[in-house]
Design a protein around this ligand. Structure first.
Ligand SMILES: NC(=O)c1ccc[n+]([C@@H]2O[C@H](COP(=O)([O-])OP(=O)(O)OC[C@H]3O[C@@H](n4cnc5c(N)ncnc54)[C@H](OP(=O)(O)O)[C@@H]3O)[C@@H](O)[C@H]2O)c1
Length: 263
């Protein structure tokens, strides 16, 4: 028996959609028959290929600006008349390896802006466009660092903690009309961790060790011994966006291969 998620014809908006987790989510939603409005600063070959298949509409937008999120939602409503599914995925991390006191206001503002305020602004713009849609839902990609504080990503963790808290509050306010959930991944195989300027390269360079060794140490901390694949996050997103998850709201889902050892 197949699990029919019935996403055919639903309208989805995904932020940070050109690569990594956002791209995997965009691809998975489109494969389920949803129309996806995909926001990122640049498109890229992968997103362009999805566009050419017909279900994905890339929008070039800087979601760190005050107006970027509302421009993305406006593009979706102009194209499709409303929004059924919002995935707040955009985010970023810059390892802070010189201690708390060295982090400037500008660096704090950068982390809070892209990891927290971008989602605030996107949801504020999207909620009116979702209010009349039966079965609407918001899924936000937070992080285990929301509740696994780490001085090396102290600003990122604080922003993600605020993000998870915000989404829980919103799930109460939006009650039966829009479900609101978060996903908290541990390390995922994307450029954020593995790219040229990713966490492994930055931490490895700072400590004089090979980035591959940074990755091996991080993998060893998980019960499964590996990073999560972006597609595994996407699989949970499409389930949460479906009516199969119709009574799931205000929940947080950890996907970390058993990295977090507390209950
Ligand atoms: N990878 C991990 O280990 C991990 C773990 C836990 C949580 N997460 C969370 O998962 C989410 C996605 O992470 P990822 O690993 O997939 O990151 P990624 O590979 O670095 O991709 C980030 C995406 O966001 C877009 N983006 C970045 N800044 C943007 C901006 N100002 N405006 C519009 N789009 C922007 C990028 O495209 P452009 O550069 O073209 O704009 C790209 O599509 C983030 O919220 C992250 O915190 C990741």
């Amino acid at each position: 028996m197949t699990l029919d998620l019935a996403l055919e014809g639903r309208v989805a908006v995904v932020t940070g959609a050109s690569k990594g987790i956002g791209l995997a989510i965009t691809r998975a939603l489109a494969a389920q028959g949803a129309s996806v409005v995909a926001g990122a600063r640049h498109s890229g070959d992968d997103l362009d290929a999805l566009r050419d298949e017909g279900r994905v509409h890339p929008v070039a937008v800087d979601l760190s600006t005050p107006d970027g999120p509302s421009e993305l939602i406006a593009a979706a409503t102009e194209l499709h008349g409303g929004v059924d599914i919002l995935v707040n995925n955009v985010g970023g991390v810059r390892p802070r390896l010189s201690g708390f006191a060295a982090i400037t206001d500008d660096e704090w503002a950068w982390a809070l802006n892209i990891n927290f305020l971008a989602a605030v602004r996107t949801m504020r713009a999207a909620i009116p466009a979702m209010a009349e849609r039966t079965g609407a839902s918001i899924t936000t990609i937070s992080s285990v660092n929301a509740f696994l504080p780490d001085p090396g990503v102290i600003d990122y963790g604080a922003a993600k903690g605020a993000l998870t808290n915000l989404c829980k509050s919103l799930s109460k306010e939006l009650g039966p009309s829009i479900r609101v959930n978060t996903i908290s991944p541990g390390p995922v195989q994307t450029d954020l961790w593995l790219g040229d300027a990713g966490v492994a390269a930055t931490v490895g360079t700072a400590n004089g060790i090979d980035p591959g060794e940074v990755v091996r140490q991080q993998q060893a901390a998980a019960a499964t011994g590996r990073f999560t694949r972006a597609e595994e996050i996407a699989d949970l997103v499409i389930f949460l966006a479906s009516d199969r998850a119709g009574n799931i709201t205000g929940s947080d889902f950890v996907i970390d291969g058993g990295l977090v050892t507390t209950l």
